[in-house]
Ligand binder design. Structure first.
Ligand code: IMP
Length: 196
């Protein structure tokens, strides 16, 4: 069997682990660290699609390898869709995941509508062609953090149909139902079907 290499343009070890768990046997998946790229790739577009494409194009341009990149936003209904495309740096340039969580919780203090969704867009550049894959999960924002697993806003996101946050559910469950898991499943189905 011929193994094909593909780069996942991320420095986030959580994401690499999630992707490697579902990539399938035909592909060798490498992240930025594994190809020796230590650059913080710019994400300056104002849409998830634009940012995902920007990251994938950077890798293809510099490393000449097939690549995919993702961008995710948490959209909260009562915050008019914020933090959205600004999810990574919602509490400021050098903020931590905990800073972002605290900012969301304090902005939502006393709010009863706690509906939110995560959206992921993946841009794949395969043999020079660009393809997009999207995933979404709906849920509620809790009033305080619960759980130690995952990353980002996981401790305050309660997916619909579950009574535990993403940070409590564990990677296997999260991978099956999450925004990125769903987008990734579409990507993997495409890759494992020979790029069709
Ligand atoms: P990224 O640009 O795709 O890494 O996503 C932007 C930000 O969204 C991250 O810095 C996290 O704060 C948040 N985020 C992305 N994916 C997840 C997730 O699976 N769970 C919780 N937060 C996430």
């Amino acid at each position: 069997m011929i193994m094909m290499e593909i780069v996942f343009a991320t420095h986030n070890q959580h994401k690499t682990q999630e992707a490697k768990a579902i990539v399938g046997p035909n592909w060798t998946l490498k992240d930025l660290h594994e190809i020796g790229c230590h650059t913080d790739i710019p994400e300056t577009a104002d849409t998830l699609m634009g940012n995902a494409l920007q990251k994938a194009q950077f890798v293809v341009g510099h490393y000449h390898m097939n690549c995919f990149a993702d961008d995710t936003g948490l959209e909260i209904e009562s915050l008019d869709g914020r933090p959205g495309v600004f999810s990574a740096r919602y509490a400021g340039e050098k903020c931590s995941f905990a800073d972002n969580v605290n900012k969301v919780l304090s902005e939502m203090k006393g709010m009863t509508n706690r509906k939110a969704c995560f959206k992921t867009v993946i841009a794949l550049i395969l043999d020079g062609e660009t393809y997009y894959f999207e995933g979404r999960v709906d849920g509620q924002i809790t009033t305080e953090p619960h759980g130690e697993g995952g990353f980002g806003y996981d401790p305050i996101f309660l997916p619909d149909g579950y009574d535990k946050t993403f940070a409590e559910l564990g990677m296997d469950v999260k991978n099956k139902i999450s925004h990125r898991g769903r987008a990734m499943q579409k990507l993997m189905a495409f890759l494992n079907n020979g790029g069709k």
